[in-house]
Design a protein around this ligand. Structure first.
Ligand code: SF4
Ligand code: SF4
Length: 358
């Protein structure tokens, strides 16, 4: 059983390395037609959440579409206003499994997106609706990313909720069991935000993801230019020998799900030495990742400044507007971030970016 799990992880790794190559003809076709292609439509189905993480970048103060759920019909209408079908869709929030119509959206999106779909969840739910959503994701072979930052009180503090580790660990075990029972090909990834508070617990998280046959990713806690929610300086990641040891351990994991360059860039980021790798300022990637808010609002990166409403206006028109220009001006002043979904695409098209002086 363990041997089979590892063989499948190796095959998944090979497929992952082929995916960007397979994406090239698709991207080129749409780039040649409109000069625009959407690699990933990140659907924020709701801004409601079951946790209240102090470092949350998904729900900054003033985030668009507060307290609303995007409906399945609205999602289909919004996608019609894109220049072409996005290569993939991610469903996140808030907590997306709160949304009543999430299962319908997952089924539909998995049948129309050439590069599949992702479900990003804190896996903290207990309700029937939560289980139905996660099982649907397994049935359509969605990639499932689960946040898991620590154990005991540390987890509760980092996620702003009660009994977090116990509930999520139980749900992870349930997920592994259901994945096997349903014969699902979903790749499940445990994602951990590194922080000075949880570093000593991270090896135990690695052991958990490894034991369950899941992938593992890590990222530093980021401080975003638009983030006003966390002034507590203890929610930070400082350069240390302990951090270096954790990254070395991560690099050696057979189930690590990210590039070595991203991993070691975390050290550079903590020292303020990481390069700024912003997809929105890159000629090929400027519309690679687009966020769709619960009311149809389109944002990039910061979720507060909307370019327009995709239920009312075509995306190509938004790119000609003043709002888009203003947003890009703000991004030009940003000092940079080190988040997988923004930095990894730039690394993928920038082979010359090295290991940042390590
Ligand atoms: S679970 Fe995700 S969306 Fe919810 S508060 Fe935490 S980081 Fe934000
Ligand atoms: S570097 Fe770009 S993607 Fe990252 S926070 Fe700044 S504007 Fe956003």
């Amino acid at each position: 059983m363990i041997i089979k799990t590892w063989r499948s992880l190796i095959i998944e790794d090979k497929m992952r390395s082929l995916r960007p190559i397979m994406a090239v003809p698709y991207a080129l076709k749409h780039f040649a037609k409109d000069g625009v292609w959407v690699g990933n439509l990140n659907v924020n189905v709701t801004n409601l959440c079951t946790q209240h993480c102090p470092h949350c970048n998904a729900l900054p103060e003033g985030a668009v579409g507060q307290g609303r759920f995007l409906s399945f019909n609205e999602l289909r209408d919004a996608v019609r206003n894109l220049p072409s079908m996005p290569m993939s869709m991610s469903f996140s929030g808030g907590e997306p499994t709160l949304a009543p119509e999430l299962p319908d959206m997952l089924e539909w999106a998995s049948s129309v997106c050439p590069f599949g779909i992702n479900l990003n969840t804190n896996l903290y739910g207990e309700s029937e609706r939560f289980r139905r959503s996660v099982e649907t994701a397994l049935k359509v072979n969605a990639r499932i990313d689960v946040s898991f930052d620590g154990f005991g009180e540390v987890a509760d503090r980092l996620r702003g909720a009660y009994d977090v580790a116990k509930r999520v660990e139980e749900n992870l075990k349930w997920l592994a069991k259901r994945r096997q029972e349903l014969g699902s090909r979903s790749v499940v990834t445990v994602h951990t935000v590194l922080n000075d508070l949880n570093l000593s617990q991270v090896p135990q998280i690695f052991l958990l993801s490894l034991t369950l046959g899941f992938k593992q990713t890590v990222a530093p806690v980021n401080r975003f230019f638009y983030h006003t929610g966390c002034d507590d300086s203890s929610f930070s990641l400082t350069f240390s020998s302990q951090l270096t040891a954790v990254l070395k351990m991560a690099e050696g994991l057979p189930n690590i799900g990210q590039s070595r360059r991203f991993l070691w860039g975390i050290l550079a980021y903590t020292r303020g030495q990481a390069p700024k790798l912003c997809p929105y300022l890159h000629p090929l990637l400027k519309t690679y990742k687009v966020f769709l808010g619960p009311g149809g609002e389109v944002t990039l990166c910061d979720r507060t400044e909307s370019l327009g409403n995709l239920l009312e206006e075509p995306f190509l028109e938004m790119l000609k507007g003043e709002a888009y220009k203003k947003v890009i001006e703000r991004f030009q002043k940003c000092e940079g971030c080190w988040l997988i979904c923004f930095v990894e695409p730039v690394l993928a098209v920038s082979p010359w970016v090295g290991r940042f002086g390590l």
